[in-house]
Ligand binder design. Sequence first.
Ligand code: ZN
Length: 88
Amino acid sequence: MHPFHWVPAEGQRHASLDFRPGGGYPTGMTVSTLCKQQLSADNSQLAWLWETCRDCNKEAHRIARSSAQHHAQGPQFAIAAWPTARGV
Ligand SMILES: [Zn+2]
């Protein structure tokens, strides 16, 4: 369980540390994203097919890694299957 949640907004999937109501961020709710923007959430079906925001993805990985250190044993994060920035 990570402290952030994914939220589609403005054409990309962002991540946020804001409190998320049950069922997800409702459409139109303003959330502060990990890429330091205030965006209006879009909870529609199609919105989840949008591309992941690069800055949020990077920040989410950083948070996931630091929270993984607290739980030591190589957990099978869904996030681990995502493309990571390698060889930069
Ligand atoms: Zn973002």
